[in-house]
Design a binder for this molecule. Sequence first.
Ligand SMILES: C[S@@+](CC[C@H](N)C(=O)[O-])C[C@H]1O[C@@H](n2cnc3c(N)ncnc32)[C@H](O)[C@@H]1O
Length: 278
Amino acid sequence: MEKPRLSKEAFLGLRDLIYERWGICFQENKAYLLEDRLKKRLEKRGLSSFDEYLYFLRYDPLREKELRDLVESITTNETSFFRDMNQLEAFRKGVLPEVMKRKENGQRHLRIWSAGCSTGEEPYTIAMIVHDEGLPAKGYRVDILGTDVSERVLDVARRGIYGEYAVRNAPDRYLKRYFTMEQEGYMVKEEIKRMVRFQNINLVDHSQMKRVRGMDVIFCRNVLIYFDDEAKRRVVGYLYDSLVDGGFLIVGFSESLFNITRAFKPIGINRCIVYQKV
Ligand SMILES: C[S@@+](CC[C@H](N)C(=O)[O-])C[C@H]1O[C@@H](n2cnc3c(N)ncnc32)[C@H](O)[C@@H]1O
C-alpha cells in the first residue's frame, strides 16, 4: 500500500485543530514532523489518508478517544531529575525562603505546581529539595501538583520508577537519600511520593485551569516553547490567576515572558530570572 502523504489542506486542518485544543503550534516548515508523528495513528485506525483522519477527528463518535491518543503522539516529553540546576538553586536559595517568610504568621501550608510535568521528574525533584530543606520537619504541609495533558506520561509519573538516564543529573546525596534501587530501576521513596499528586490538566483550557488556585510557586518549564505568543499570553494569564499574591512563576531557562506580560516582576536570583506576582 502507498504511504499516505500529508497534503497542504490536511496539514492546515490538523494544525488548526491541534492549536485550538492544546495551544501547540506547528509551523508550515514542520509539516513533515506532523506527518511522521501521525502516520501511526492512521495505521491504528485503519485509515488510508490524512483527509480521512481529519474527518475522523472532527466527526467520529470515537473522536475524543482519538484526540487523547493524538496528543500522546505530538507532545515532546523530554525531562530529567534536577534539570537546570541553576534554576533549582534559585528556587532553593531565593524563592523558598521568601515564600516561607510570607507564611511566618499564617498557615504553614505550601502549594507548588509543576505545570507540564511530563513523566514526573520535575515535581519529584521539587519535593526532594523541599524535603531536604526540612520543611515537612518544621511542620509545613507541602502539596505538590504535577499536571500534563498526556495520560501516558502521568502513568509513568505515578509509578515513580526511573532508568539511569532520568537520574543522570541527580546529585549523589539525593540519589542515596530519596531513591531505593529496585530491579526495574530507581524508585522514588514513599515519603517523597506522598508529597506529590498528579492530574490531567490542559493548560489552554480555562475551565480546567480556573480550578487550580492558591499556588505559592508554579514551575512551567520547557512547555511555553511549544506555544505561539497568543497561546503563551493565555496560559501565562491563567497561571497568574492560579498564584497567590507574591507567588512565583518559574519558566524554562531559555524561555522568557518578555513581550508576553508585564503583570509579573522579574527578579534575578543565582543568574536566573524568576517572576513574582505583584
Ligand atoms: C518538554 S516537557 C517539560 C517537562 C518538565 N517541565 C521539564 O522542564 O523537564 C513538556 C511537557 O508539556 C506538556 N504539554 C504540552 N502542551 C500542553 C498543554 N496544552 N497542557 C498541558 N501540558 C502540555 C507535554 O505533554 C510535555 O510532557
